[in-house]
Every structure is written in C-alpha cells, then in structure tokens.
Ligand binder design. Structure first.
Ligand SMILES: NC(=O)c1ccc[n+]([C@@H]2O[C@H](COP(=O)([O-])OP(=O)(O)OC[C@H]3O[C@@H](n4cnc5c(N)ncnc54)[C@H](O)[C@@H]3O)[C@@H](O)[C@H]2O)c1
Length: 254
C-alpha cells in the first residue's frame, strides 16, 4: 500500500483495538470504523455489542475473546488479524484494570495483577505487532495512561505506578521505531463518563466532584478520547511520536 504523508481517513487500514467490549474501547472502534478502518477487537469478555455497533456502521470487523496478558492469546489475535485482513497498521492498546485502595491494603496479588494487565499486556502485544509494522514500514501505536499520573491521586499507587510505566514505555520505544515509520503515543485519560460510569453511583459522584475542577466544565465522554485516537491513527500524524496527550477537560495542565 502506497503511503502518502497527507493521506486522509483510514480506508483499508487495519486496527487492533484491545479492551473494547465496553467503555472507551467501544467508542474507539466505532470512530475508527467511521474513518474506514477494518477492525480486530480483542477482549477477555465477549465483545459482541461492540461488533454489532461496528457492523451497523458498515464496518468490517472480527472479534476475538483473548486475555491480552497471555502471550499465546496475543499471538492468536495477531495471527487472526493477518489471516483475515493481511496487515496491521494500528494498535490501540486500551485494556485496563482499575480499583482504588490505600497502598497499605493493596495485596501483592492485586499489585502484580495491575502491572500484568497494564504493562505485561503492552509488552506482549507490541512485541507481536512490531514485526508486521516494520515490514510495512508503517505503524501507529496508541497506549493509555491516566491523568492521575500528573495529579498523584491517592489510593491509586498501584495504578499510577503502572500508568507512569506506560508513559516510559511509549517515550523510549518511540526513539527505537521511528525509523521504520512507526509512531507510538499515549493518551492520559481523565475520569470519563463511560456507560458503566453512568450506572455506577461512585463514578457519578466522582464526576460531580471533578467537573468543577476542569477548565472545561463538562464530562469527558468516550467520544472525546476517540477523536484523539482517530487523529493519532492517521498517516498524517506521522511526525508526532513519544508524546502523552492529556485529555481530561484541563484538570491537569502539565
Ligand atoms: N474511564 C476512565 O475514567 C479512565 C480514566 C483514566 C484512564 N483510563 C484508561 O483508559 C482505558 C480504558 O478505560 P475504560 O474506562 O474503557 O475501561 P473499562 O474497564 O471500561 O474497559 C476495559 C476493557 O478491558 C478489558 N480487559 C481487562 N483486562 C483484560 C485482559 N487481560 N485482556 C483483554 N481484555 C481485558 C475489559 O474486559 C474491558 O472491556 C484503560 O486503560 C484505563 O485505565 C480510563
């Protein structure tokens, strides 16, 4: 496929989106499909609602139930992408694991689980897609951090530590893979009004508390994050790499 610097949209591009059964990941799939991308959805849960939403929007999609902390499952996802669509242009690595707990109550199992889901899955998935992107001399990798890393939010030592690791990974790998036409950027997400947030009293009251601290006084919606994902996935964004873009209505201004 001929790549031009100013190519518009994502027609014929193939994107793997991990952690897309619910929440932000579903919005990313819908947005990338609108831009013309073909989608491979990987989630440990059944992602049939996301698949249906993409198909309803006219998108081509394959869904795989996979634990992205397991290298064998990751290999299955990448093999399916190649056997179905023949290429991998975009990786949106969205899987996440979140809970609040004072540091002294976090068990070692919870600590390692957080690092596994956040960082080990990133290691396995990026390692598996890189050979395909290098061969094509094109790739867009998007990782997810959190605005809690800038805010140093309490009761999240496990989570903030892991999400800061994502930023380190993103910065350092960018310097290695830029010469192959591959970019990697992170989005530090603020508290987002996902569908689950709307039905979760705890998150709803957190949103009420956080919105007045934002520079823009409205809830951060999955579609707000999806717009940034779509931008970073574009061939035309190829000069931007190693960056972390904060999308939280301006709570953290770093
Ligand atoms: N929603 C927010 O307010 C918020 C704030 C800051 C950062 N983030 C980050 O944004 C990303 C998405 O957030 P979200 O709210 O959509 O999360 P979510 O918890 O609603 O969805 C995460 C998805 O990942 C899947 N998943 C979890 N472990 C997996 C594994 N091992 N293998 C495969 N799939 C797995 C889950 O099944 C789920 O579908 C995460 O990385 C999260 O840490 C979200």
């Amino acid at each position: 496929m001929q790549i031009t610097r100013f190519e518009r949209g994502l027609h014929e591009r193939v994107a793997i989106v991990t952690g897309a059964a619910v929440g932000n990941g579903r919005a990313f799939c819908e947005r990338l499909a609108e831009e013309g991308a073909k989608l491979v959805i990987a989630d440990v849960e059944m992602a049939s609602d996301t698949e249906q939403a993409v198909r309803a929007a006219g998108g081509e999609v394959v869904t795989i139930q996979a634990d992205m902390t397991n290298p064998h499952d990751v290999a299955r996802v990448v093999e399916t992408a190649i056997s179905t669509f023949g290429r991998i242009d975009i990786l949106v690595h969205n899987v996440g694991y979140y809970f609040e707990e004072p540091f002294e109550l976090v068990s070692y199992e919870e600590w390692t689980r957080t690092l596994d889901v956040t960082l080990d899955s990133l290691f396995h998935t990026v390692r598996a897609v890189l050979p395909h992107m290098k061969k094509a001399e094109f790739g867009r990798i998007i990782t997810f951090s959190s605005d809690t890393v800038w805010l140093g939010t309490p009761y999240l030592v496990h989570y903030v530590t892991a999400k800061m690791g994502v930023i380190g990974f993103t910065r350092s790998l960018a310097a290695e893979v830029g010469k192959y036409g591959i970019t990697i950027n992170s989005i530090s997400v603020g508290l987002t009004a996902t569908q689950s947030a709307g039905t979760n009293a705890g998150v709803s009251s957190m949103l009420e508390h956080i919105i007045p601290t934002q520079a823009v006084h409205r809830a951060d919606e999955p579609e707000d994050i999806a717009n940034v994902v779509a931008f970073l996935a574009l061939p035309a964004s190829g000069i931007i790499t190693g960056q972390t873009i904060n999308v939280d209505g301006g709570v953290a201004r770093h």
